[in-house]
Design a protein around this ligand. Structure first.
Ligand SMILES: C[S@@+](CC[C@H](N)C(=O)[O-])C[C@H]1O[C@@H](n2cnc3c(N)ncnc32)[C@H](O)[C@@H]1O
Length: 257
């Protein structure tokens, strides 16, 4: 773990863990995608017939079919060739396209035009993309005036990779959430996965940094939501039944003016 000092290629590592990630999440997304993230994004974006939606860091493309079912057009961008291959195979269709590209530098992409999208989504990807400025710049560039940016991500106040966790207070007999660091931006190599090669990186930034980058780019925040993991998922998958009041995910919606 280190303070962020220079530009790292945030895509490093995703190629190596692509097989593990698609096995874990599947074509339709993990239980967190299906129960929490995708419904939240669809609710905030509310895509309509004929609209064009861009999914940044789309990975296996679990969002694609949800967008197309509304009669909208879906474009997914990712830097991992293997994840894009999986996405095309499992989530491709008449109204979808999956493009290779760097989400932090979309300007000049041969298949994308400035101001051509009604919506841009980061679905559980922005905390893994660096630099943040480049990612938000690209989103603002791709959006038409009046278009919407929707970000669904891990909650940086309560989920700092390797610097937060659950604890048990024996005296008070309660589970608590411990946060060891917050204000410093951090670049955190994630634990290598058993079935993967290489290490992905996650980027912690305080909430203020996200909002600063958003509002500097003619984007006005008009919705902000926080989500705890529903009890039934948390008991089944993390064995912790006491975290229903601590939001581990958040969503932001902003409109370009
Ligand atoms: C945690 S995965 C999320 C994937 C997908 N949105 C989902 O919810 O399943 C993060 C994704 O961001 C992609 N990514 C990271 N940095 C990127 C960059 N600079 N440009 C494009 N994609 C990037 C990775 O390849 C990976 O697919």
């Amino acid at each position: 773990m280190a303070k962020i000092q220079k530009k790292h290629v945030s895509s490093e590592g995703w190629e190596g863990v692509a097989h593990w990630y698609t096995g874990w999440a599947g074509a339709g997304g993990s239980v967190y995608h299906r129960k929490l993230a995708i419904p939240a994004v669809m609710g905030l974006m509310n895509p309509r017939e004929g609209q064009h939606i861009l999914d940044m860091g789309c990975g296996p493309g679990a969002l694609a079919q949800h967008i197309c079912r509304r009669g909208a057009w879906y474009t997914g961008i990712d830097c991992s060739r293997k994840l894009l291959h999986f996405a095309r195979r499992h989530n491709g269709g008449d109204r979808t396209r999956f493009l290779s590209g760097d989400a932090t530098a979309l300007q000049g992409h041969p298949e994308l035009d400035e101001g051509s999208f009604d919506g841009v989504v980061f679905l559980l990807s922005l905390q893994d993309i660096h630099p943040l400025e480049g990612a938000i710049d690209s989103a603002a560039w791709a959006l038409r005036p009046g278009g919407q940016l929707v970000i669904f991500m891990t909650h940086p106040c309560f989920r700092v990779p390797r610097q937060s966790g659950w604890g048990w207070d024996a005296q008070r007999k309660l589970h608590y959430r411990r946060i060891d660091r917050y204000l410093s931006a951090l670049e955190v190599p994630m634990q290598p996965h058993e079935r993967g090669r290489g290490t992905t990186r996650s980027y912690h930034r305080p909430l203020s940094q996200y909002f600063r980058e958003i509002v500097q780019r003619r984007l006005v925040v008009d919705a902000f939501e926080e989500y705890a993991i529903p009890g039934e998922i948390s008991r089944k998958f993390s064995g912790n039944a006491d975290n229903r009041d601590i939001p581990l995910f958040l969503a932001v919606r902003a409109r370009k003016y």
